[in-house]
Each structure stands twice: as structure tokens, then as C-alpha cells.
Design a protein around this ligand. Structure first.
Ligand SMILES: [Zn+2]
Ligand SMILES: [Zn+2]
Length: 350
């Protein structure tokens, strides 16, 4: 079978790999149909690492995917060959102290598609290959009304949903989302299930600002051409109940602290490329700001699928670019350089 390898920094190559096989009774063999290119994949492409997780080349990236079941293990009950599925890239052990406390996403033995090993964690090849094997608990039925690309979008959407849960935002509160790439837009889209009163958004890329408007942002600002903080505070002088930082930049962290009302929550979702972040302690302390970090998501796939089935959103606004596996290099370069108004690019297998 074919696989797309990261063979060096900024170099993707299509090559051959051995087709995986079902080994455990709860395993499912899945033919991959669509893979979304994520900002975190780009970190590996561009820098060869995220923090302590360092790529050993050649390496198979990718974790946002959907596919079709080819075969199931002897004890699989919920799925059969031919089923269209959404894949949760996380494989937890369900035995360690983190799993026993319900924190499956910070499992001590976690394996996650397209994540290299570190000193403290296991590595796992990604889904940029024709077939993968996943345990039954990481697989979910893709509802008929969704395409395979929609199916691959569910992974970032679950992060939006989980971020809202962790923010403890309440109905009729006001939020700001700083950075409306796929994750910021996922927060915006999931916000409707939490009955947010107003969602203010900022970005630097016109297409992302327009997508946020089309997806129901109360007001959407370009921080390149306007002082977004002043603009938002003019409309909401009391400030925000929650700010979702989705850019991974020091500047947006500072903006978030300025935008929050006393008692507000700063939710950090963006992945910075630098090692440390800072904040003005005078403001953080006086406003008694709570900071909530987000690590992917925990048990939100089913909840997110159900939520969107009740209120289907326009996934098409996020799906901007489509590539064949042979053009993976182009797809990654496009996303790396924020070219052509890209929001989410997909690599689709036949
Ligand atoms: Zn992702
Ligand atoms: Zn565990």
C-alpha cells in the first residue's frame, strides 16, 4: 500500500509501506478516505518537532481522518466492513491512573496518530497512508449526510466543543475567539450548542475573517488593520467572560488578558512555537483571571457528532482545498504559508 512520508524538514514523499493487519479482537482495519492537514502537522513539517516530541525521519504524519471499514476483529460488535467512519486519533490504555480518573486524553500510555515519541510518551504513525488499524473505541459511525471530508473535520470540531466545556462558559455570556483558523472556527461553530450570547472574532487573513462572519460571529475584526481589542471593548465595555486564544501567539495572549472582564477565563488552545508565554501580572491578578489550557479533547467525539446532527452547520465554509496523495507536498506548503485563503486543506485517497 501507499503512504506519505515526511522524509526531512519540509519534504513529503509518496512511498510504499506494509499494509497493517488486525492483531487484537477489538481492532478495526480502515481504508483511509480523507485526511485534514492540521496546524500541528505543519509544526512537524516545518520544525520537525512540537516541544519535546521530535520526529525521526522518515515519518508518517496526520491525525484528522475518516475512512471506510475493510475488516473487523472477532470481538467488534458495532461495526462491519463497508461502514463509513470518523476516527478519534487517540488510543488510551484505560488502565493507568489518568485513565482511571477519566482523563483518557492525558493517558500515561497514550498513543495518538501522527505523533512522534518523546522521552515520556509513545509514538504512533499517522493516517497519511492508505490503511490504518484502530481499536473499536476510537471509531465512530459517520452519519450518512456527511462526506468523508466532513468526517475528517470532526476531529478539530471536537476540540472546539471540548474547549467550550472546559471554559465553563454559561448561556448568554460573551466570548472572543482570537484566531479563526480551523480550531477558532470550531470553537465558534460549537458555541451555538452552549447558547453563547455574542462571539467576537479576530484574525489576520481576510478569508478567515469572512468565514467567521458567515458562521455567525457577532463581529469579526482584522487585527492587521484595526485595534481589535479597542473595537471589541467599544461594543462590550464590560469585557469578555471567556477568551479563546487560538493563534498560539504572545500578542493574542496579551489581547485576551486585556479583553477579559474580572473573573473571566483565558482558554489557551493555540500551540506556540516558543517555549514560554507571559502575561501582565497586574492585570491577571487584579482581574483574577483563570487560565485554562487545552490538550486536544476528552470523550467529546460522540457529543460533537450528536450536537451537529441536531443543528447541522455549514462545513463547506471550512473546506477550502483538496489534494491527491501525490500532491501532499503542495498541500503542506499551502497550509504552512497560509496561501490562497486556505482554511482546511484535505488529502483524499480514492
Ligand atoms: Zn488537528
Ligand atoms: Zn491510560
Amino acid at each position: 500500500m501507499k503512504a506519505i512520508y515526511l522524509t526531512g524538514l519540509k519534504r513529503m514523499e509518496l512511498g510504499e509501506s506494509r499494509k497493517p493487519e488486525i492483531q487484537q479482537p477489538h481492532d478495526i482495519l480502515i481504508k483511509i478516505r480523507s485526511v485534514g492537514v492540521c496546524g500541528s502537522d505543519i509544526h512537524y513539517f516545518k520544525h520537525g518537532q512540537i516541544g519535546r516530541q521530535v520526529v525521526q525521519f522518515p515519518y508518517i504524519a496526520g491525525h484528522e481522518c475518516s475512512g471506510e471499514i475493510e475488516a473487523v476483529g472477532a470481538k467488534v460488535t458495532k461495526f462491519k466492513p463497508g461502514n463509513r467512519v470518523i476516527i478519534d486519533p487517540a488510543i488510551s490504555c484505560f488502565k493507568c491512573s489518568q485513565c482511571r480518573s477519566g482523563r483518557y486524553h492525558t493517558c500515561k500510555n497514550l498513543r495518538f496518530l501522527g505523533t512522534p515519541a518523546s522521552q515520556t510518551s509513545n509514538g504512533l504513525d499517522g493516517c497519511l497512508q492508505e490503511y490504518i488499524v484502530m481499536p473499536e473505541h476510537s471509531v465512530f459511525h459517520l452519519p450518512d449526510e456527511y462526506s468523508f471530508e466532513d468526517g475528517a473535520l470532526f476531529e478539530p470540531l471536537t476540540i472546539g466543543y471540548y474547549s467550550l466545556l472546559k471554559s465553563e462558559v454559561k448561556p448568554d455570556q460573551t466570548i472572543a475567539i482570537l484566531g479563526t483558523g480551523p480550531i477558532g472556527l470550531s470553537v465558534l461553530m460549537a458555541g451555538k450548542f452552549f447558547h453563547i450570547k455574542s462571539s467576537y472574532t479576530t484574525d489576520l487573513i481576510p478569508e478567515r475573517i469572512n468565514a467567521a462572519k458567515a458562521l455567525g460571529s457577532t463581529a469579526s475584526f482584522n487585527s492587521n488593520t484595526t485595534n481589535s481589542v479597542d473595537e471589541i471593548l467599544q461594543l462590550e465595555p464590560d469585557g469578555m467572560d471567556c477568551v479563546f486564544e487560538c493563534a498560539g501567539q504572545q500578542e493574542t495572549i496579551d489581547q485576551g488578558i486585556n479583553l477579559l472582564k474580572p473573573g473571566g477565563t483565558l482558554v489557551l488552545i493555540g500551540i506556540p512555537t516558543f517555549q514560554r508565554i507571559s502575561g501582565e501580572i497586574d492585570l491577571l491578578r487584579r482581574k483574577e483571571i483563570r487560565i485554562q489550557n487545552i490538550r486536544r479533547q476528552n470523550v467529546c467525539t460522540e457529543l460533537t457528532i450528536q450536537a451537529f446532527q441536531q443543528q447541522p452547520a455549514n462545513f463547506n465554509l471550512l473546506k477550502t482545498h483538496h489534494f491527491t496523495p501525490a500532491r501532499a507536498q503542495e498541500a503542506f506548503e499551502l497550509v504552512e504559508n497560509y496561501q490562497d485563503g486556505v482554511i482546511k486543506a484535505f488529502i483524499n485517497w480514492d
